[in-house]
Design a protein around this ligand. Structure first.
Ligand code: NAD
Ligand code: MG
Length: 383
C-alpha cells in the first residue's frame, strides 16, 4: 500500500521539493491532495502530473480559474477556501499531512489533521510558535506523531534515534547567521528586502528568508525545539555556523554530542519525515568535508534583537509567542513591500509584546483573538 500524502502549500519551496521526493519514490508515496493560496496555474500543472484525488485553492477568487484548467480531469475534485483545507486533511485515505504552508494559516488545518489521527510532517513552524502547548497536548491525546521537517529539528530528531529515554542535556541549534551576519547596526538600518532575500546557504520562500535575515527564524526554531523535544529554552544554545553543514546537535548527560551533517538540501529532512524510521536513497549532492572548514560563533543578541525577543516570549509563556508571531507576520510583509525598516521590525514587535493582552493559559479561541489583536496593534504602528 502506497502512503497517501496531503501537501498543504504544494506550490512553495518545501512543497515543490516534497513533490520531487515523491517522484523519486513513486513506488512508496502517492499524492492525495495538493493545495495552494494563489498560484492556481502552478497548482493545476502539479495536479496534471501527480493526479491527486483533490486540489484546494485557499483564495476563493481563483476557484473558477482552477476549475476551468482541470475541466478535462473529472477525477480530480476542486475545492476552495480555508475551510476546505480543514476538511481535506481529514479525508479517510490520507496517511500523512505535510504542513508546508506559510504562517498562522497552518494552525487550523494542523489541528484538524491531528484530530483525524493523521501523521503530521511539520514544516510550518509557526503552528508550534503560536500554539505549541495545545498542539502537543492534542498530539498526545490522539496518539499522533509529529515529525519535524525543519532541517535543524530533523537533525535533532535523527540524533535522538536509538536514545530511548536518555535525557537531553542541551540542544545545539545551528544558524547560518543570514546575509547580515557581519553587518554593523548602522549598516543594518539601511538594508532593503532585496538584500535580505539573498540568503547565503538556503533557497527558501520569501517570508522565512526575511525571518532568517532578522534571526527571528532562529528564535522561532528555539520555540519549535522546546515543544518538539520537551527541552526548556535555557537548554537550547544557538550557534552561528555560516556553512550550514552541521544541521544541529544534541548533548547528552555523559557529555557526548551527536549531530547530523549534510549539504543544505531540504529534500533530505522532507524525505526522512516521510520514510521514518527507514532511510531511502536520495539522488542529491553528497557532502565533501575537505571543501571548507566548519566554524561556530556565538549569536549577537544585541544586533539580532528578534532572537532575544523570541527567548523572552517563551520565558513569559502563555500567548506571548502567539503575539510575537502575529506582529512578526505584519512587519515581515511590510518590510518586503518597503513599508517598514529592517531594524524597525524589532521595535514594533517589542512594542506589540508590551501592548497586547497577556493570557497565561490560552485556549484555541484565545489564540485566534490574540492573533487578531496583535496584528491590529502592529499594523497601527506601521501607520
Ligand atoms: P513558500 O512561500 O515558498 O510557500 C508557501 C506555500 O504555502 C505556497 O504553496 C502557498 O501557496 C501556500 N500558502 C501561503 N499562504 C497560505 C494561506 N494563507 N493559506 C493556504 N496556503 C497558503 O514558503 P516555504 O519556504 O515553502 O515555507 C513553508 C513553511 O515551511 C513555512 O512555515 C516555513 O517556515 C517552513 N520552512 C521552510 C523551509 C524552506 O527551506 N523553505 C525550511 C524550514 C521550514
Ligand atoms: Mg530551519
Amino acid at each position: 500500500m502506497k502512503k497517501q500524502i496531503c501537501i498543504l502549500g504544494s506550490t512553495g519551496s518545501i512543497g515543490t521539493q516534497a513533490l520531487d521526493v515523491i517522484e523519486q519514490h513513486s513506488d512508496l508515496y502517492e499524492v492525495y491532495c495538493l493545495t495552494a493560496n494563489n498560484r492556481y496555474e502552478m497548482l493545476a500543472q502539479q495536479a496534471r502530473k501527480f493526479r491527486p484525488a483533490a486540489v484546494v485553492i485557499a483564495n476563493k477568487d481563483y476557484y473558477e480559474n482552477l476549475k476551468a484548467l482541470l475541466a478535462d480531469m473529472p477525477d480530480i475534485k476542486v475545492y476552495a477556501g480555508a475551510q476546505a483545507l480543514d476538511e481535506i486533511v481529514e479525508a479517510g485515505p490520507v496517511d500523512m499531512v505535510l504542513t508546508a504552508m506559510v504562517g498562522y494559516a497552518g494552525l487550523s488545518p494542523t489541528i484538524h489533521a491531528i484530530r483525524a489521527r493523521k501523521t503530521i510532517c511539520l514544516a510550518n513552524k509557526e503552528t508550534l510558535v503560536v500554539a505549541g502547548e495545545l498542539i502537543c497536548r492534542l498530539a498526545t491525546q490522539y496518539n499522533v506523531n509529529i515529525l519535524p521537517v525543519d532541517s535543524e529539528h530533523s537533525a535533532i530528531f535523527q540524533s535522538l534515534v536509538g536514545e530511548g529515554n536518555n535525557e537531553i542535556e542541551k540542544i545545539l541549534l545551528t544558524a547560518s547567521g543570514g546575509p547580515f551576519r557581519k553587518f554593523t547596526l548602522e549598516q543594518m538600518a539601511d538594508v532593503k528586502a532585496a538584500d535580505a532575500l539573498k540568503h547565503p546557504t538556503w533557497d527558501m520562500g520569501a517570508k522565512i528568508t526575511i525571518d532568517s535575515a532578522s534571526m527571528m527564524n532562529k528564535g522561532f526554531e528555539v520555540i519549535e525545539a522546546k515543544w518538539l523535544f520537551g527541552v526548556e529554552a535555557d537548554k537550547i544554545q544557538v550557534l552561528v555556523h555560516p556553512q550550514s553543514i552541521v544541521h544541529s546537535a544534541v548533548q547528552f548527560a555523559d557529555g557526548g554530542v551527536k549531530a547530523q551533517l549534510g549539504v543544505p538540501d531540504m529534500r533530505l529532512p522532507i524525505q526522512y519525515a516521510f520514510s521514518y524510521p527507514d532511510r531511502l536513497s536520495l539522488n542529491a549532492p553528497r557532502l565533501d568535508l575537505f571543501k571548507q572548514p566548519l566554524e561556530f560563533f556565538e549569536p549577537d543578541m544585541k544586533k539580532f534583537r528578534c532572537l532575544a525577543m523570541a527567548y523572552e516570549a517563551i520565558r513569559q509563556g502563555g500567548n506571548m509567542p502567539c503575539v510575537v508571531n502575529a506582529a512578526n507576520e505584519i512587519v515581515n510583509e511590510a518590510f518586503r513591500h518597503d513599508r517598514c525598516g529592517f531594524l524597525q521590525m524589532a521595535d514594533i514587535i517589542e512594542a506589540t509584546m508590551q501592548k497586547a493582552t497577556f493570557i497565561t493559559k490560552p485556549t484555541y479561541d484565545d489564540y485566534v483573538a490574540t492573533d487578531a489583536e496583535a496584528r491590529r496593534i502592529a499594523a497601527e504602528m506601521l501607520g
